[in-house]
Design a protein around this ligand. Structure first.
Ligand code: NAD
Ligand code: LMR
Length: 330
């Protein structure tokens, strides 16, 4: 029996993500938590003739506790999205404390759940979550994931003309690093099946994957950022985690993890000088079973991208850790 909880379930990502989870036969119980509107969202979804029993919770009446108790997997898209002209780091001021408080709830009510963080800036909110779980003595690095699947989905889509696949999702393109601008590093040289990106198209393609989020923010013109593609990506990653937890083998996904706590991660931490990094991770019954180092043998251009990535990511990670270790005055 799988209980999934979505925190931020009434939002632009939360609603379509909850819809996808509701229609999945892998989910038996679906708990929707938000500061607004969850009774309506849950009532609406509950009319769908699928397996999951769906309930909505608000902060009153111990709603967070009720939503989280017994949860096996918690997905967090709570927090504000970008508007044109903003960076993801501009969201830190508001989203850092939202994520901190929700993860405190996880530490208390479902410390063994898989935790999937979507809220931006992911490069900082995942370190925040790790620090909160550490402080509560319940941190299991194998169970905490920053969701970077949208970068992978974009890489698959934007390279379709070169991969030649009718279904672009059949190509595996590792996208490593973090989830923000130059910290996003697509490794086209490691794609399977292999394909060639023409030299004169390479730079623009990399930029499009790195700054794909801006395309959506600009097109939405003040009405938020990617929601539908993110719901698809978040669902795709959640399904992988659930399937692996049920014993399916051979599931490998790029995701942002705490390297020292995952087998194989120390080597990547040493190569990058970073504790958190999105890399290919083999998923298993207990979550992240193994971090796979694919940084060996990358091209010279990819090495340059990785250099810029690690420089930016370092500060983002430190900012998240510092927010918990040296909390700002209230
Ligand atoms: P949104 O404003 O539409 O929805 C956010 C929801 O969070 C709202 O319903 C709001 O009520 C809720 N919320 C706020 N504070 C809360 C709290 N304390 N507890 C529970 N719920 C709370 O925003 P969105 O478009 O759904 O985006 C959500 C977040 O996801 C943003 O930070 C955005 O930047 C991020 N995002 C990440 C990725 C990624 O690839 N990781 C992709 C797209 C968006
Ligand atoms: C994205 O990549 O679409 C998200 O991180 C949202 C954003 O702010 O761009």
């Amino acid at each position: 029996m799988v209980k999934a909880a979505v925190l931020g379930a009434s939002g632009g990502i939360g609603q379509p993500l909850s819809l996808l989870l509701k229609t999945s036969p892998l989910v038996d119980t679906l708990a929707l938590y938000d500061v607004v509107n969850t009774p309506g969202v849950a009532a609406d979804l509950s009319h769908i003739s699928s397996v999951a029993k769906t309930t909505g919770y608000l902060p009153e009446n111990d709603g967070l506790k009720e939503a989280l108790t017994g949860a096996d997997i918690v997905v967090i898209p709570a927090g504000i999205p970008r508007k044109p002209g903003m960076t993801r780091d501009d969201l830190f001021k508001i989203n850092a404390s939202i994520v901190r408080d929700l993860v405190k709830g996880i530490a208390e009510h479902c410390p063994k759940a898989f935790v999937l963080i979507i809220s931006n800036p992911v490069n900082s909110t995942v370190p925040i979550a790790a620090e909160v779980l550490k402080e509560a003595n319940v941190f299991d690095p194998k169970r905490l994931f920053g969701v970077t699947t949208l970068d992978v989905v974009r890489a698959e889509t934007f390279t379709q003309e070169f991969s030649g696949q009718k279904d672009p999702s059949t190509v595996q393109i590792p996208v490593v690093g973090g989830h923000s601008g130059e910290t996003i590093v697509p490794l086209f040289s490691k794609a399977t099946p292999a394909f060639q990106v023409p030299e004169d198209k390479y730079e623009a393609l990399v930029k499009r994957v790195q700054f794909g989020g801006d395309e959506v923010v600009t097109a939405k013109n003040g009405a938020g950022s990617a929601t539908l593609s993110m719901a698809y990506a978040g669902f795709r990653f959640a399904v992988s985690v659930i399937k692996a937890s049920k014993g399916e083998t051979g599931i490998v996904e790029p995701t942002f993890v705490y390297l020292p706590g995952v087998i194989g991660g120390a080597e990547i931490a040493e190569a990058t000088g970073l504790e958190f990094f999105s890399t290919l991770v083999e998923l298993g019954k207990n979550g992240a079973e193994k971090a796979i180092n694919i940084l060996e043998g990358v091209t010279e251009k990819e090495k340059q991208l990785l250099k810029a990535c690690t420089e930016g990511l370092k500060g983002n990670i430190e900012k998240g850790v510092d927010f918990i270790k040296n909390p700002p005055p209230k």
